[in-house]
Design a protein around this ligand. Structure first.
Ligand code: AP5
Ligand code: MG
Length: 190
């Protein structure tokens, strides 16, 4: 199995690009953000715990998302691999992912990182807020918290995967098709 990490700040285009990637490479898309939003919509206990954190622009506890990832790996069959969107997001999550994969003698195949500047994050998320109405897109304050959370807790993963020889970065500025072309060029190598 191949395990691709789709990395990047909020609003970089991870969800947008994931659709074509999973189709072209026969992968199963796992977005921890989308899974958490589903739990919130269903009003589960987990959803209730996650709601306030997400709507303030903070991360949910590592164990919560680690459990979600492992159960998706175990339950999904018939694909050539997984596309992890929004996971891992902290160093402990990256270490937990390595440990989960080590149980079956597997490892992360590659990280594909979509990079855009902070000003563009704000612009794109505000645009999406008009269409999708996500609660964590609702104010500049929340978006700024998410940007700060990314820089403080998630950005250190760039060094982690660079050291592991698994980091590939592309420029996320450009049309959706241009960005997709850059991503496919990297994915074709694996
Ligand atoms: P999550 O859902 O993962 O949100 P995120 O990482 O903040 O990323 P987004 O979904 O906002 O952006 P995206 O990169 O998918 O961009 P999109 O394609 O939509 O997480 C939400 C929350 O859940 C977290 O804040 C946290 O609380 C919690 N959570 C999730 N995972 C967790 C974890 N592992 N640990 C702990 N907590 C976790 O694009 C954005 C907009 O731009 C769209 O409108 C799109 O149409 C547009 N767009 C995209 N590409 C282009 C382009 N090239 N040109 C012009 N517009 C574009
Ligand atoms: Mg997304």
């Amino acid at each position: 199995m191949k395990y691709f990490i789709l990395f990047g700040p909020p609003g970089a285009g991870k969800g947008t690009q994931a659709t074509a990637m999973v189709e072209k490479y026969n992968l199963h898309h796992i977005s921890t953000g989308a899974l958490l939003r589903k739990e919130i919509a269903a009003g589960t206990e987990l959803g209730l715990q996650a709601k306030a954190l997400i709507e303030d622009g903070h991360l949910v506890p590592d164990e919560v998302v680690e459990g979600m990832i492992e159960s998706e790996f175990q339950s999904v069959k018939g694909v050539d691999g997984f596309l992890l969107d929004g996971f891992p997001r902290t160093l402990p999550q990256a270490e937990a992912l390595d440990a989960i994969l080590a149980k079956t003698s597997e490892e992360v195949t590659a990280t594909v990182s979509i990079m855009i500047p902070d000003e563009m994050i704000m612009e794109r998320i505000k645009g999406r807020a008009l269409k999708e109405g996500r609660a964590d897109d609702a104010s500049e304050e929340i978006i700024n918290n998410r940007i700060a959370t990314y820089h403080n807790q998630t950005e250190p993963l760039i060094e982690y995967y660079t050291k592991a020889g698994r980091y590939n970065e592309i420029d996320g500025v450009g049309t959706i098709e241009e960005v997709q072309g850059r991503i496919f060029t990297i994915m074709d190598r694996f």
